[in-house]
Design a protein around this ligand. Structure first.
Ligand code: SF4
Length: 327
């Protein structure tokens, strides 16, 4: 039997597809990414982002009953069957070329391939699922439910590399957070805490443990709602005692339930704290002001000019004014 896989939109290796691949290979089946003019008995696709819905509809029109689609971009209900969920990922599924082709804006080709090799060889997975919180904009509570342990750090290591991409939704809420960080440190792993830390829960012990591990990239967390200002500020101050703030990145959700003034306020507060802000637009809302704001912040243009002086935003406003006059 030939099994086809389609990774609709992942930037890094897709864990679900890697587990499906392991499962079918363990049954002696042939598994590969779908190629043109090849017949497959069954096709599995995974979509992470909701913007991929149209692409998924096209796949269903093309493959009919043969295809099964999962991932948060398509369905919050669909889960891997237990016998597949418990498989180790197939670390041979993705090639460096495949991952490099999905990377945008990473500098030279050589740099891109180096980064892709690092990712392809990395250990990847979750030691916990679910979350202790229930943020209204987040799919995790709906899809995964309450926080629970599912694996240990040692289960996720890829023997090919020291890099570990940890997908845990809320590592800092884990009662074993410090033990896990110590294990990462003691094994000499380089970790990417991919979903970020819940900075509101960072105390001195967690901050110290975080500072003792090697991080693949800046340590990141989020400030999404105005009501959490004090807790976020306290967490950043504690973390900054152990990890210099220029090594932090704070994601800011905009377009969910904050006004533009509140977005600007959070941005300024973070810059004052010397933390790198990164704007995420809720559900990719088609709001031109927020799009310009996100570009101005995320491309660090704010270091050169104020938002009111940002050319593309001025042009946009003039265009809107002209349209109004014309009408
Ligand atoms: S803390 Fe993070 S993972 Fe948990 S519900 Fe909120 S946004 Fe989702």
């Amino acid at each position: 039997m030939k099994i086809g896989l389609i990774d609709v939109d992942s930037k890094i290796p897709n864990l679900a597809l890697m587990k499906i691949s392991s499962f079918y290979k363990s049954l002696g089946e042939q598994v590969e990414f779908v190629r043109d003019n090849v017949k497959y008995e069954k096709i599995y696709a995974s979509a992470i982002f909701t913007r991929s819905k149209d692409e998924c509809e096209k796949l269903i029109a093309m493959y009919g009953d043969k295809i099964e689609i999962g991932g948060t971009g398509w369905s919050l209900q669909k889960e891997l069957p237990e016998e597949i969920e418990k498989m180790k990922p197939d670390y041979d599924l993705y090639s460096i070329e495949e991952i490099a082709s999905r990377m945008k804006g990473i500098g030279t080709k050589g740099h891109k391939y180096k980064k892709a090799a690092e990712i392809v060889n990395a250990g990847i997975g979750f030691t916990s699922r679910g979350c202790i919180r229930n943020c209204g904009f987040c799919f995790v509570p709906k899809k995964e439910g309450l926080f629970r342990s599912v694996a240990e750090i040692k289960d996720l290591i890829n023997p090919k590399s020291k890099v570990l991409i940890l997908h845990d939704n809320n590592l800092t809420a884990d009662p074993y957070c410090i033990d896990k960080l110590h294990e990462i440190r003691d094994r000499g792993l380089i970790v990417d805490i991919n979903q970020g830390c819940d900075v509101r829960l960072v105390n001195d012990d967690i901050a110290k443990a975080l500072s003792e591990v090697k991080h693949l990239r800046s340590i990141h967390y989020a400030w999404d709602l105005m009501g959490y200002e004090n807790q976020v500020m306290d967490g950043i101050k504690t973390l900054s005692k152990y990890i210099k703030p220029y090594r932090h990145m704070c994601f800011m959700l905009v377009g969910f339930n904050t006004s533009f003034d509140e977005d600007m306020y959070r941005f300024k507060k973070l810059v004052e704290m010397k933390v790198d802000p990164f704007v995420m637009i809720y559900n990719q809302l088609p709001d031109t002001k927020l799009k310009h704001f996100a570009r101005w912040v995320n491309s660090r243009i704010y270091k050169k000019c104020r938002f009111e002086e940002y050319g593309p935003w001025i042009k946009e406003q003039n265009g809107q004014l002209e349209l109004k006059l014309f009408r």
